[in-house]
Design a protein. Structure first.
Lengths: 323, 395, 280
């Protein structure tokens, strides 16, 4: 064989041999252990730290909140959905509390074609008028769970007892002046609830508190039944811009109905109510003198002019005949 | 963080992850380069193995062209990879189920083969230069001789056998180097436009016509630059080769397209909308009408009429240039076109190539023409010409 | 030339040279064979008793699967955001490990109108590429049928992506999850092309391909994937098929389930309930 051929072949064989020897040395550790990949990679991936910690992690410090949440119907929405991943918390500081709540809540609850009917959905503008959701709803237990309690009172007995109330509230439940509210045609469940609140001290009023304390529970039921059965009178007039009030009242429709009649019976009907009373009540809610967390939130943003307009609007509505 | 590359516009419905084009124009340049490599080597083999004596004037030029383009073949890939420094992973731990893993082996084997064949072809020239020169280049030649100045009859017989064997082995090697690319596309289930048994063969035959056309153009241009007469028999031989292989390539490409349309699988409406819309000019007009059918008709005419002389030179050069354009459009239409049809079968995207940047149009053009620069350089060291003073080296 | 008889010393030198080269070659080949032997010995299953991949988790004891109930999905996209946070997915609207598609048929439509998080209208509704929201674009339209379909990597049993990876950077684990080795991937994106479901994307910052891993780092610790954890309506179901009472086993057993693109032969492991002819 000519020299150059021999040298060429040796050179080629040499390179091939060097490559063959080099390849095992160049192959990374743990490759081929379980297959055609680097086995250590599996362990490395498995060792990564999770960002989301689950609600069990939150429970260890936030036990009360966790209990409230897990008893409510947002228990399928874990804490970290709204507050962000808890990795590093509390060491890294607080987790964010959502500010633009409506933007967050409407992600799930805005009525949208394609969402199954089992999902609670709202038409945003009509439901809250752009108001923040947590004004009425507690995000950790969002269902407004006041069910109208059944009132099983005797209207006749209530009528007898109501004689004592007539001086302020009128003989048939229609108040003679602007300050004290009409009771005729009011929701029985609401009347029972508010009387009980005055009696127990949950709600305080200079006039109502001693009067309510003198009532028995049966009295309360009877009075509620009696007044609920009374016919309410025609709309009243009051200072304030009805049209402006109508615009504001969109926010109230969710609980009180569009015209202040026909909403959830757990809450008071507002239609044809005395405007002076309505205005005072709103101011009292705003100031915290009359206690109700939902009403406090709703009234917080109302100016005196707004209050007057709302009062005028509701006063001008026709109340529906009692059922 | 915002995306670095541009987002593709789309119509209809596409998967969210599809709005970023993963394979850019460089991935169309890559099979174009390997195609030229395979095609140029085919010309060399037609002479060395199949005895087409009339192609002797371009035999060495073909070899050098193949080598120069081969050197640049990895560059579009390296520029594209997210981790080019890990490129050798596919050679150290090749995943044998992947066609792409074959690249390292085909490429290395073929580069070595090309270098060997060039070495053998030029050995008498190398020996002569080693003995004659005293400068730095002389040292280079002496190194290449591997210390042997044996040009005896026995040695030359060995050399001829080696050249012949290498040329034979080189045919499947070169075609494997380019054919695996076609298989890479044809074997995928995810895109109807790519998924075809014919894809490797279509790639191969279009590669052959591109390589032969490149040689035709290079031969004419270099003869003009060196002011030597063009061997018309050689040029006509190249023309015949292009003519024959264009017909096969057209039949195969036509079959592939006809299959898609005829079978009419789910998603075919989107393909038809695409082909008659955005792809009308690049596919039917540039690749087919201007780039393939026109050269075919022109070559047929020249063969029928026995055209010769300057008309033949002009005609073959024109056809070769059109074919070169057509084959690039074919790579573009496959690589980019395939990605423009969504995997959903319900949408189309549009590719907006970057002009600058490591995967931009300028880079694509640079990578396509850089091998020609390398060819110019290497022809100073290993002159491929068979005429004039440098005709003393062996075949 | 040099073919004439050589002096004896030159001939000896030549012989010794040949012998030396031959010995070196033989030695090298023997060494290579020895080393290769050692390499091939590595291809075996782990020694019994050593728990892999972590000491608390043995991958031979689980076979993971995923279920999607498209009748429950409300399209809130909490899963999309949680996944991005959990897995550090690039914060843009064009690269996702998981996403949700909306299918809407308006009255008179033959085909569904389909959109997802990359749609410019939806990007505008959320206001940024880092937060995700479906624009309520059909609220005033006559919608005949509409639903949401969450999508993610199907962790196929015969993955096309694993088949085409040239280096072995992506692979299927013993417990049924397809993972990517970010230190080995060369970034060629062949796997991204090969996936028929569009589940993969290329992470430009890291220079590697990426995709959903069913939160492998969570499921090996007894947690659920992040998207399953945050879904408020139970549209995503996860569990171990080796446990007959796991959520996903019950899901598969109690429902008529189907998979996406079964004709590919990839054998996906995400089971869908409640999808439609248009979903693919």
């Amino acid at each position: 064989m000519p020299k150059h051929i021999f040298r060429l072949v040796s050179l080629i064989i040499g390179i091939v041999v060097v490559a063959a020897i080099a390849i095992p040395f160049l192959t990374v550790d743990s490759f081929y252990r379980f297959g055609h990949y680097r086995a250590d990679s599996v362990s490395e991936i498995a060792a990564q730290e999770p960002a989301y910690q689950t609600s069990r992690y939150c429970q260890s410090c936030h036990a009360a909140r966790h209990a409230q949440w897990s008893a409510g119907n947002h228990k399928t929405v874990t804490c970290e959905v709204c507050h962000g991943a808890a990795q590093g918390h509390p060491g890294n500081g607080k987790l964010p509390i959502p500010r633009d709540v409506a933007r967050l809540c409407t992600l799930c609850h805005e009525a949208m074609p394609g969402r199954p009917a089992t999902q609670p959905q709202i038409q945003v503008a009509q439901h809250s008028g752009g108001q923040q959701c947590n004004v009425c709803h507690n995000p950790h237990s969002p269902k407004i769970a006041i069910a109208a309690a059944k009132v099983a009172g005797d209207a006749a007995a209530g009528k007898q007892r109501a004689a004592a109330c007539a001086s302020c509230h009128g003989a048939d439940g229609t108040s003679p002046n602007d300050t004290w509210p009409n009771l005729a045609g009011q929701s029985a469940a609401y009347l029972a609830r508010i009387l009980a609140a005055y009696k127990s001290g949950d709600q305080k009023d200079v006039a109502m508190t001693p009067l309510a304390q003198a009532l028995s529970n049966a009295d309360i039921q009877n009075l509620a039944a009696y007044y609920a059965g009374q016919s309410c009178k025609s709309p009243a007039r009051g200072g304030g811009d009805v049209a402006a009030g109508r615009a504001l009242a969109k926010n109230c429709a969710g609980c009180h109905g569009e015209t202040g009649a026909g909403g959830n019976p757990a809450w008071p009907k507002l239609a044809a109510q005395k405007p002076g009373y309505l205005a005072n009540a709103l101011k009292a809610f705003k100031a915290g003198l009359r206690k109700d967390p939902m009403m406090a939130g709703v009234s917080r943003g109302l100016s005196d002019a707004d209050i007057a307009n709302l009062a005028a609007y509701y006063a001008a509505q026709t109340c529906q005949p009692t059922k | 963080m915002e995306l670095l590359n541009n987002i593709a516009h789309y119509t209809g419905w596409v998967y969210p992850n599809e709005t970023v084009f993963e394979w850019s124009v460089l991935i169309a340049v890559y099979p174009y380069l390997t195609g030229l490599v395979a095609g140029a080597f085919t010309v060399s083999s037609l002479y060395q193995v199949f005895g087409f004596q009339r192609l002797k004037p371009v035999a060495h030029l073909a070899l050098l062209t193949s080598l120069c383009f081969m050197v640049f073949v990895p560059t579009p890939l390296l520029l594209h990879l997210g981790h080019p420094e890990r490129a050798f992973n596919s050679t150290i731990t090749p995943h044998l189920t992947s066609a792409m893993a074959m690249f390292g082996f085909f490429a290395s084997f073929y580069v070595v083969l090309l270098i060997l064949e060039t070495w053998f072809a030029y050995r008498p020239f190398i020996v002569e230069q080693a003995q004659k020169r005293t400068d730095l280049l002389g040292r280079f030649y002496r190194l290449l001789t591997l210390g042997s100045y044996d040009l005896s009859e026995k040695a030359m017989r060995y050399d001829r056998k080696w050249i012949f064997s290498l040329a034979i082995i080189g045919i499947p090697a070169a075609h494997g180097l380019h054919g695996y690319v076609g298989f890479m596309y044809g074997s995928l289930k995810s895109r109807e436009w790519w998924s075809s048994d014919l894809m490797p063969v279509v790639f191969l035959f279009s590669a052959i016509i591109s390589g032969v056309s490149l040689l035709a153009v290079l031969y004419v241009v270099t003869c003009k630059l060196r002011k030597v007469p063009i061997d018309l028999a050689c040029l006509k031989g190249l023309g015949y080769t292009i003519w024959g292989f264009i017909m096969v390539a057209l039949v195969l490409e036509g079959l592939e397209f006809a299959n898609i349309v005829y079978k009419g699988r789910e998603g075919v409406e989107m393909i038809m909308q695409y082909v008659t819309g955005p792809l009308l000019v690049p596919y039917f007009i540039l690749q087919m009408a201007i780039g393939a059918i026109t050269p075919l008709i022109l070559l047929s005419y020249m063969i029928w009429r026995g055209t010769t002389g300057r008309a033949l030179i002009a005609g073959v050069t024109l056809c070769a240039s059109l074919v070169l354009m057509s084959v690039f459009m074919m790579r573009w239409n496959v690589v980019i076109g395939g990605q423009e049809i969504s995997k959903t079968g319900k949408g189309l995207l549009s590719y907006n190539p970057l002009i600058f940047g490591k995967e931009g149009l300028f880079m694509a053009i640079a990578l396509t023409f850089a091998p020609l620069g390398a060819l110019w350089l290497i022809s100073r060291v290993f002159p491929p010409w068979t005429d004039g003073a440098a005709a003393s080296h062996g075949h | 030339m040099k073919n004439d008889t050589k002096p004896a010393s030159a001939a000896r030198r030549e012989f010794l040279g040949k012998l030396g080269r031959a010995t070196a070659c033989a030695g090298a080949v023997a060494g290579a064979l020895g080393v290769l032997q050692e390499v091939s010995a590595k291809t075996e299953t782990a020694s019994p008793g050593a728990s892999f991949p972590t000491k608390d988790y043995d991958w031979t004891k689980h076979q993971w699967a995923f279920g999607v109930d498209a009748t429950k999905c409300i399209g809130c996209l909490r899963c999309v955001e949680a996944c991005k946070r959990e897995n550090k997915v690039p914060l843009n609207a064009h690269q996702f490990r998981t996403w949700v598609e909306r299918y809407v048929y308006l009255e008179g439509d033959e085909n569904a109108r389909i959109d997802s998080q990359q749609d410019p209208v939806n990007i505008e509704a959320s206001g940024s590429q880092k937060e995700y929201r479906f624009a309520n674009r059909y609220k005033d339209a006559k919608v005949e049928k509409a639903f949401f379909v969450p999508k993610l990597c199907n962790q196929c049993t015969h993955p096309a992506c694993v088949q085409v990876c040239p280096v072995g950077a992506t692979y299927r684990t013993e417990d049924g999850v397809v993972l990517i080795d970010h230190t080995y991937c060369i970034g060629c994106r062949y796997c991204v092309q090969a996936c028929p479901y569009g589940a993969r994307y290329f992470n430009e910052e890291e220079g590697v391909s990426d995709k959903c891993t069913w939160c492998y780092h969570r499921i090996t610790k007894g947690l659920q994937p992040a998207c399953v954890e945050v879904c408020p309506v139970g549209a995503r179901v996860f569990g171990d098929r080796k446990d007959r009472e796991s959520p996903v086993s019950l899901f598969i057993r109690n429902n008529r389930v189907q998979v996406l693109k079964p004709e590919t032969g990839n054998a996906p492991n995400v089971y869908y309930v409640g999808i439609d002819k248009e979903v693919n």
